[in-house]
Design a protein around this ligand. Structure first.
Ligand code: GLC
Length: 628
């Protein structure tokens, strides 16, 4: 419960303010210094931080101290995430309390509640169209329920991540409603234009996020005479981050959520927060200044909380979200490793890991400061084939042809493809086709089961486990997407739901199949095999010190086109991760491992020694090994 700040508490606040002063004010000065209200804004922000800290419950203040002392808590190998929609997993928020044993059984220490703040009615883009940041979706429960559940999770050592959409609010948000009524103060919270001339100029260099069902980036509202910036859907109005008032309001929301027991704020669609004429209006330098400043605010008033920045962009554009250059160590603590996910699927389809090694080796640093990745194989969104023409050219192949091949393969239209995916947002102008589909279906299980092909089903299971061994070993928090641990197939019922039928991403957002979960310990069937396999991977990860997110990851050439390899270097010795991305046996010279500093030839994943024959390590189809 909140208690008035004591002298000691005030002192702690002042020390933290001092610590982060250099991270905060220079950013705000550069962003808003010229704004007429800058002085008042500065005072109001400082006051908001103090109010937030004063209201912080005692148990969370204790957590703040704990994490000040253990700043690497989120990089440790015992971190393992699980991502789910509250209603689809447990009915309601309180229902989650009945599922804690299940989560613990799998080895989960971090949960991401998919968007759970109050969305607009009807189609809400899966909850990413928020009309009230301070209320829980009434279909899930109340804020009091949230506090109860987050406390119960905390008591079990499980952290909670929630989405905070920074780029836009629903047009039903109180700010948007006031703006639509003509209130000038709130019109300045958004990007509104009196006529279409500027929108047209911006449009020339903008890209379309949802070209199929929400073309264009602006919407005209004749009833109040404005063109409103709507990057995503018509009902999602982009916020005007050039207005310091928006920064202040969102900071207050952040502290409010932090004080309800949120550990990780997943900052949604951050790339779009700053607009500049003549650019794509994505990842502009000001975005990183804003994010550094928001991070500093949490470090001052709720330092237990960390930020996961969602930017599904090319590697060079994504890395700055983890703090590069002058923002090094000061921006996002976590960011999605989209490239790892894309390259995993690319290598499976082509049976060739060379593109994967090239992209991950060329574009990513071995080490990050105060940050790590959120690694994943599937999530609630589609897969976009983010492989640049330059990277394709480096491997002497054509970018467009390669991307088209991957789309066709996972759509299931290519001969020999094992995956029945669904197309998402086909962009006729660019030829770009994105793919939806559940992990198990994309990995081949659906087709194999439909055809009664048991060897193919076995290969699909091995692909699923290969992917999890990859994300658990690479560095960062591995995120398991609800249902994937039970090899859940595509759910075609979304086509019958009017709000979802236009959005194929719902094919991989099924309801949790609790009957299937009952067989999770069984030896028979894919569900049991996958559940036990993932549980085992997480358990082995937990005791493998070399997998700490702070230790560098270096991509190495395995010498075999089909085998992806990396080395994790730690004070206790090296770990060589080997991943056979093909259904063929591969022979790896033992000398390759020895050169990388592997001395014992123990597999930390199976906890068994690896025996080489005639100097060769034999890797079965889809083998994964963490060699120490
Ligand atoms: C993020 C979400 C996606 C949503 C978009 C707009 O990219 O992951 O599901 O559609 O933001 O809010």
């Amino acid at each position: 419960m909140a208690k008035a700040a004591s002298t000691a508490d005030n002192e702690i606040f002042d020390l933290r303010l001092e610590r982060s002063t250099g991270d905060l004010w220079p950013m705000l000065e550069a962003l808003y210094g010229q704004h007429p209200g800058y002085g008042a804004f500065r005072d109001a922000l400082l006051n908001a931080l103090r109010v937030g800290w004063n209201a912080r419950p005692a148990d969370l203040r204790r957590l703040d101290l704990k994490r000040d002392l253990e700043p690497d808590w989120f990089q440790r190998p015992d971190m393992a995430g699980y991502v789910f929609y509250i209603d689809r997993f447990a009915g309601t928020l309180k229902g989650v309390l009945d599922k804690l044993d299940y989560l613990e059984d799998l080895g989960i220490t971090y949960v991401h509640f998919m968007p759970c703040l109050k969305p607009r009615p009807g189609d809400s883009d899966g909850g990413y169209s928020v009309m009230d940041y301070r209320a829980i979706n009434p279909a899930y429960g109340t804020m009091a329920d949230f506090e109860e559940v987050s406390a119960a999770l905390r008591a079990r050592g499980i952290s909670v991540c929630v989405d905070l959409v920074l780029n836009h609010t629903a047009k039903e948000h109180a700010w948007a409603q006031a703006a639509a009524r003509g209130d000038a103060k709130y019109q300045d919270y958004y990007l509104m234009f009196d006529d279409p001339s500027l929108p047209r100029q911006y449009e020339r260099s903008l890209v379309e996020v949802f070209p199929d069902n929400a073309p264009g980036n602006f919407t005209e509202y004749p009833h109040f005479g404005k063109w409103v910036w709507t990057t995503f859907n018509e009902h999602q109005w982009d916020l005007n981050w050039a207005n310091p008032q928006v920064f202040l309001e969102i900071t207050e929301v952040m502290l409010f959520l932090a004080n309800r027991g949120v550990d990780v704020l997943r900052l949604d669609a951050v790339a779009f927060m700053w607009k500049r004429l003549g650019t794509r209006c994505q990842s502009e330098p000001e975005v990183h200044m804003l994010l550094q400043a928001l991070r500093a605010c949490c470090r001052i008033a709720c330092p237990a909380v960390i930020h996961l920045e969602e930017a599904i962009v090319a590697p060079a554009e994504m890395l700055p979200y983890l703090g590069r250059g002058k923002h090094d160590g000061r921006e996002g603590n976590l960011a999605y490793h989209n490239s790892l996910m894309v390259q995993f699927w690319g290598a499976l389809a082509t049976r060739d890991a060379r593109m994967m090694s090239h992209v991950l080796g060329e574009h990513f640093p071995e080490r990050l400061t105060n940050a790590t990745y959120a690694t994943y194989i599937r999530c609630h969104d589609d897969i976009g084939w983010a492989i640049t023409d330059e990277d394709a050219a480096a491997l002497h192949i054509s970018g467009p042809a390669h991307r088209a091949y991957l789309s066709n393969f996972y759509e299931g239209s290519f001969p020999d493809a094992f995956a029945p995916g669904a197309l998402f947002q086909v962009n006729r102008a660019t030829g770009d086709k994105r793919i939806s589909g559940s992990l198990a279906s994309l990995a081949g299980l659906e087709k194999a089961e439909a055809e009664g092909d048991f060897p193919a089903a076995e290969l699909a299971v091995q692909r699923i486990l290969l992917g999890h061994a990859l994300i658990a070993g690479f560095g960062g928090i591995p995120l398991i997407y609800m249902g994937d641990e039970l090899a859940t197939l595509n759910d075609y019922s979304y086509r019958d739901v009017p709000e979802h039928a236009h959005d194929s991403r719902w094919i991989h957002r099924p309801k949790m199949d609790w009957r299937r979960a009952q067989y999770r310990h069984s030896d028979e069937g894919a569900a049991g095999q996958v559940f036990r396999g993932i549980k085992d991977i997480l358990a082995r990860r937990k005791v493998t010190e070399a997998l700490h997110g702070g230790h560098p990851v270096r991509i190495v050439d395995s010498g075999l086109a089909g085998v992806f390899a990396f080395v994790r270097q730690s004070p206790t010795g090296a770990l060589l991760g080997l991943f056979n991305m093909t259904e063929h046996w591969q022979n790896l010279p033992e000398a390759m491992a020895r050169v990388q500093g592997i001395t014992q030839m123990d597999d930390a994943l199976s906890d068994a020694p690896v025996i080489a024959h005639h100097g060769q390590i034999a890797l079965p189809p889809y083998a994964r090994v963490w060699l120490t």
